[in-house]
Design a protein around this ligand. Structure first.
Ligand SMILES: [Zn+2]
Length: 314
């Protein structure tokens, strides 16, 4: 009997589900809008389970053929117990026994993990050939997610919260953050932050363009000075934040994922150059430090969710 894996990536606006082969090939993937939480978390999980059944039915697969099943969430999860602990954009600070809830509905227990860990693991396992066993995978989107791979395993830390690069303060007493502190990296460099700062600095230039981060890049490609300056400033701050992590962990590879990673000339290349100016000299001067564009794109958390297991976390 052929065996398959299922990965689910729960995001703030959409949920992505995928059926994969044992070697990481996506056979079928579906996207549904993130279910409403107004009727409670049981109804929320039930909706996603409905989509799980649809995914299997479409492919003619039965639950007994599933040998691996994981769910990524945009927040902190206690992966040992299968509990979601802190998910500011969805559930808030909770103790949600998500693995139990899925198991009750489906008869299969999923492995629950932070989405950025899943993305990092997927990029490490199935991404570019140049990847090494010591890397950071940084997703620049609504916020900044970061998964840390050390010696080929996802590093979780004592509390299972490792990788919160987005909430490393880089400006003392800086902009207020949703985490309750100030000056966090993601208040300056996430997709959301880039757009917010553009609206503060040059709203008139964004008039008539779609209200999203991509429009700031559109202006930059057209040579608009304010947009170019803002992006350069963001690259600078991201490089600074990354250099702190590189100094501490001595990783030699940084993978950038998320929408803005498509901009190689405006973001990826200058980022690598800037990191070399900020990082600890032996690393900065070595030619081993590389900044790569993610290979899997927005599917990385879903793919990683299907494959990451307890054995691969340290
Ligand atoms: Zn923060």
């Amino acid at each position: 009997m052929t065996r398959y894996r299922v990965g689910i990536d729960i995001g703030g606006t959409k949920v992505e589900l995928g059926l994969l082969t044992g070697d990481g090939r996506i056979l079928q993937s579906n996207v549904i809008p993130t279910p409403s939480l107004t009727e409670g978390t049981d109804a929320f999980v039930k909706s996603i389970c409905g989509a799980f059944h649809t995914l299997l039915t479409q492919s003619g697969v039965v639950p007994s053929q599933i040998e691996g099943f994981g769910v990524g969430v945009p927040g902190t999860a206690d992966w040992k117990k299968g509990i979601v602990r802190y998910c500011p954009n969805l559930f808030g600070a909770v103790q949600l026994p998500m693995a139990d809830m899925f198991e009750r509905q489906l008869g299969i227990r999923p492995f629950i993990m932070q989405d950025s860990w899943a993305a990092a693991y997927a990029e490490y396992e199935f991404g570019r050939k140049k990847q090494t066993p010591n890397m950071l995978c940084v997703t620049v989107g609504t916020g900044i997610g970061c998964g840390v791979i050390l010696n080929g395993q996802v590093f979780g830390g004592a509390l299972g919260t490792a990788g919160e690069l987005g909430h490393v303060p880089i400006v003392f007493e800086g902009r207020p953050c949703s985490c309750g502190r100030r000056g966090c990296l993601e208040r300056y460099v996430s997709g959301t932050a880039i757009f917010t700062q553009a609206m503060e600095r040059f709203p008139e230039k964004l008039r008539g363009l779609p209200p999203k981060t991509e429009s700031v890049f559109t202006l930059a490609y057209a040579g608009e000075r304010d947009a170019l300056a803002l992006i350069a400033e963001c690259v600078d701050k991201l490089a600074y934040g990354l250099s702190l992590a590189i100094d501490l962990l001595a990783v030699d590879t940084v993978v950038i994922s998320g929408g803005v990673s498509a901009h190689k000339a405006l973001l990826i290349d200058p980022l690598e150059e800037k990191i070399r100016t900020y990082a600890y000299p032996p690393w900065a001067k070595s030619d081993r430090l590389q900044v790569l564009q993610a290979a899997l794109g927005s599917e990385a958390p879903m793919v990683g969710a299907a494959f990451l297991t307890e054995d691969q976390i340290c």
